[in-house]
Design a binder for this molecule. Sequence first.
Ligand SMILES: NC(=O)c1ccc[n+]([C@@H]2O[C@H](COP(=O)([O-])OP(=O)(O)OC[C@H]3O[C@@H](n4cnc5c(N)ncnc54)[C@H](O)[C@@H]3O)[C@@H](O)[C@H]2O)c1
Length: 308
Amino acid sequence: MRSAQQIATVAVIGLGTIGTGWVAQFAAAGLTVRAFDPDAEQRAALEATVRDMLVRNGHPEAAEHLCLSLHDTLEAAVEGVDFAQENVPERQAIKADVLGRLDRALPGDVIIATSTSGLMLSDFQDALAAPKRLVVGHPFHPVQLMPLVEVVPGRRTAAETVTIAEAFYTRIGKVAVRLEKEAPGHLVNRLQAALWREAVACVEDGIASVAQVDAAVVNCLGPRWSVVGPHMAFHLGGGKGGLRHFIDQLGPGIQTRWEGFRTPDLTAMTDPLVRGVEDEAAGRDIDTLQQERDRKLAALLAHRTREG
Ligand SMILES: NC(=O)c1ccc[n+]([C@@H]2O[C@H](COP(=O)([O-])OP(=O)(O)OC[C@H]3O[C@@H](n4cnc5c(N)ncnc54)[C@H](O)[C@@H]3O)[C@@H](O)[C@H]2O)c1
């Protein structure tokens, strides 16, 4: 296997929301990127979008020295690369086809990472000639700003693949969290689904509006969890007695609440939730909201980096 330090050229396959973000992230780290998407419009838009992202995110020198090539086929894009990041639509058949093509086109010592949000890696591995180099490298939107990438092995992934992928993502500025085994939704999307289930239930039960739920998270859980995780937050919530004291005192209430949680009907809740976010957006379109989010996120993360 090539070491993390030897990776200089990366293939990015699929240039939608996530693939474009990966191109910006790899380019910001000074890597050469070879890209492919069957959609000619996506290919045509990529370079300008990536330059713009790099400038807006404080990497004007990377925009100036951008080493990016676009290719008409997947096979041409992966020629000579040291690492491949796959970002095609979250459909089992499309992923299986693309991962199979990558496996046939790339030497066995080149890692293939997939950005899949929820598919199980092991389901793809038996069809590959070199399954041990396939790993999940799951980023978060917007990729070039969100630090985390989840690195997840499938049943047939080599431990060395996980170690190298973790070291490579760390080298390019990501925070890599390695999971011990695969699970639907990996880790973060499971946590996110658990919180959103209760958020939707609170709206459905009339406890709070969509905007009120969002304000509660943005002004309490968001800031808290951006510096300590939920376990450490409760360890500190227990004062000098730490988490043990916290559980002694508040655990029974939390256990009762857990037992009372129910699963809302998301289909029935779609219209009220959409009306709720439209009220909250107050006329701002998606582009405006995205720009606001990215500006605030970049400022928050820059501050966090300065604080250490
Ligand atoms: N959107 C998110 O928030 C998010 C976050 C993390 C991970 N992901 C994962 O990233 C992957 C991509 O998601 P997205 O949101 O960028 O999707 P998207 O629809 O924005 O982009 C998918 C791209 O893949 C291209 N494509 C289709 N068939 C292809 C093929 N055979 N070969 C190469 N490219 C092909 C499409 O033209 C499109 O440009 C999915 O697996 C998704 O689960 C998404």
